[in-house]
Write a protein that binds this ligand. Structure first.
Ligand SMILES: Cc1cc2nc3c(=O)[nH]c(=O)nc-3n(C[C@H](O)[C@H](O)[C@H](O)COP(=O)(O)O)c2cc1C
Length: 366
């Protein structure tokens, strides 16, 4: 297995990454009351020391009363939480890594298993988390304006703390994706509409605000998914034209890198071509893209939530697509939960010591 091209450097604006390997954002819920601990800093520092080129943090929530459904998900606001994040980025930099926080608002959610609830009702484009399941309130104009400002503030804080980039979480049926999806966005105002292009407006305003707050030279990543956890095979954009209508306004608003979330990176996005989501996004927008989804593993991440383990698998198909220019960067999730040295082992061709993924890796910060 020749993986040399995974170890070529990549540069874009504020990012000068030593290789193409990105740690995928993964919620860990190890930040009591939203404050990242020293163990969290140590956890990310170990991935930097293990040669991950760019670390994306677990989703970390913006300053809205119901942006989180879990008391142990880290905040990206408030002095104590930001001091915790400062330790994280300092530790990552000391270990030679780069990092951006994944800025998040969860939108309308299920209640947390513990019974914990935020201080205000969940909020979204509508009261729905998915068709048929209501658990929140539709956002007013004032709530939307405040949320856009809070995304901007979080991004500005990320830059001020010394992070190298910022990723906006627009995927996986959370707030921004709830605006994209007509299953959750039934609004009749300017944030709704029959077309995906119309329902992109909220995300466009978030991106414009973030860009305004971080300046032109700071790399801005947007994570998107076609699928929803409530609808695995769903596609927001059903063909190339619809994808163009979705991604072009986001590109014009200021996205530098599209992070295209798939469960399995090798799956073609549309019939008639083997290009995956990241491949199409790059072709349509001309922007850099990140692929993700079961890289180096033989089972996908929904299986992981159901307690399934995955064994290591070949990177040949990934490298073929990278060499063909389909995407620029490759995000790796579960292998890096289980093993901070995954990237180093790939680099040194130590394939026999790869660990794969088992559900125990979810239980602690290794
Ligand atoms: C424990 C866990 C937590 C996750 N949390 C997030 C998250 O906070 N934000 C996000 O965008 N994706 C999240 N994901 C999805 C991952 O970023 C990634 O897209 C997915 O695991 C597929 O990559 P993999 O097959 O390499 O694990 C999570 C995945 C796992 C396994």
């Amino acid at each position: 297995m020749n993986t040399d091209s995974l170890f070529n450097p990549f540069s874009l604006k504020s990012l000068n990454i030593k290789n193409r390997i990105v740690m995928a954002p993964m919620t860990r819920s190890f930040s009591p009351n939203g404050i990242p601990t020293d163990e969290v800093a140590n956890y990310y520092g170990k991935r930097a020391a293990g040669d991950v080129g760019l670390i994306l943090s677990e989703g970390t929530v913006i300053n809205r009363p119901s942006s989180s459904s879990d008391p142990n998900i880290p905040h990206f606001y408030g002095d104590q939480a930001l001091a915790g994040w400062k330790k994280v980025i300092d530790e990552v930099h000391q270990a030679g890594g780069l990092m951006g926080p994944q800025i998040w608002h969860q939108g309308v959610m299920d209640n947390h298993a513990s019974g914990w609830l935020p201080s205000a009702p969940f909020e979204g484009p509508s009261s729905f988390n998915k068709p048929g399941f209501e658990n929140g309130v539709p956002m007013t104009d004032a709530a939307i304006a405040d949320t856009i400002a809070a995304f901007g503030q979080a991004a500005a804080d990320a830059k001020a703390l010394g992070f190298d980039t910022v990723e906006i979480h627009g995927a996986h049926q959370y707030l921004i994706d709830q605006f994209f999806w007509d299953g959750t966005n039934n609004r009749t105002d300017i944030y709704g509409g029959k077309t995906l292009a119309e329902r992109t407006r909220f995300a466009v305003e978030v991106i414009k605000e973030v860009r305004k707050r971080v300046g032109e030279d700071f790399a801005l990543i947007l994570r998107l998914s076609q699928f929803k956890p409530a609808a695995y095979d769903f596609k927001l954009a059903k063909n190339e034209q619809e994808m163009e209508q979705w991604l072009s306004p986001l590109t014009n608003a200021g996205v530098d890198i599209f992070h295209c979330s798939q469960r399995r990176f090798w799956e073609p996005e549309f019939e008639g071509s083997d290009l995956n989501f990241a491949g199409w996004a790059k072709k349509i927008t001309g922007k850099a893209t990140i692929t993700v989804g079961s890289v180096g593993l033989d089972g996908d991440f929904f299986g992981a939530f159901a307690g399934q383990s995955s064994a290591p698998s070949s990177l040949d198909e990934l490298v073929r697509r990278l060499d063909r220019g389909d995407f620029d960067l490759v995000a790796v999730g579960r292998p890096l939960l289980a093993d901070p040295n995954w990237a180093q082992k790939i680099k040194n061709n130590q394939t026999s010591s790869l660990k794969g993924f088992s559900k125990e890796a979810l239980m602690e910060l290794v």
